[in-house]
Ligand binder design. Structure first.
Ligand code: GLU
Length: 182
């Protein structure tokens, strides 16, 4: 089981994400990562092992001003516990974190690959972000693209997605996994 945390606002985002993930540590994990979009800039950091390793990696970074942010502790189900397989997974301008399993990921992945998408990880999760960016090409807006993407997923999941195209929102969806919004 993993943990996911998201935050939108002006406060320093890195600390909020790391503290939030720490609260969820008891669930167990093998790697962790965070992504922050602020002022049109995308930042992400990943580390295998304990959250302390991620704290270490991010020690020279501080978020600045308003932004959107997501974080994840991973318990690998698809792909080894490596840095590349750690979440967040990214496309050209969006990030996703995910708890659970996407049952139909192979089918979606094949189709995306035949469209020319390159996958960096072995996870089931990575299809979500590429599928979202694919859907955004024809959707009216990011919300519609996210909704379509979620409709195409099978399995149990809690998902957070952020995109440079919509810099004041975190898109979320859940099916079977718990999620709290505050
Ligand atoms: N199935 C995803 C993966 O292997 C998410 C696992 C989790 O819930 O941490 O990366």
């Amino acid at each position: 089981m993993c943990g996911i945390v998201g935050y939108i606002g002006n406060k320093e985002k890195k600390e909020i994400l790391l503290d939030g993930l720490q609260e969820l540590e008891y669930r167990g994990y093998d790697s962790a990562g965070i992504a922050i979009i602020e002022d049109k800039k995308l930042h992400h950091f990943k580390a295998i092992g304990k959250l302390q390793n991620l704290r270490e990696k991010t020690k020279d970074y501080t978020s600045n001003g308003f932004g959107i942010s997501i974080g994840h502790t991973r318990w690998a189900t698809h792909g080894k516990p490596t840095k590349l397989n750690a979440h967040p997974h990214f496309g050209a301008y969006s990030y996703v974190v995910h708890n659970g399993i996407i049952e139909n990921y192979q089918e979606l992945k094949k189709e995306l690959q035949s469209d020319g998408v390159t996958f960096l990880s072995q996870t089931d999760t990575e299809v979500i972000v590429h599928q979202f960016e694919k859907n955004l090409k024809t959707a009216k807006n990011s919300f519609e693209a996210f909704e379509k993407t979620v409709d195409e997923l099978e399995g149990a999941y809690a998902i957070l997605l952020v995109t440079k195209e919509e810099r004041e929102s975190i898109f979320f969806a859940k099916n079977g996994s718990p999620m709290l919004v505050g």
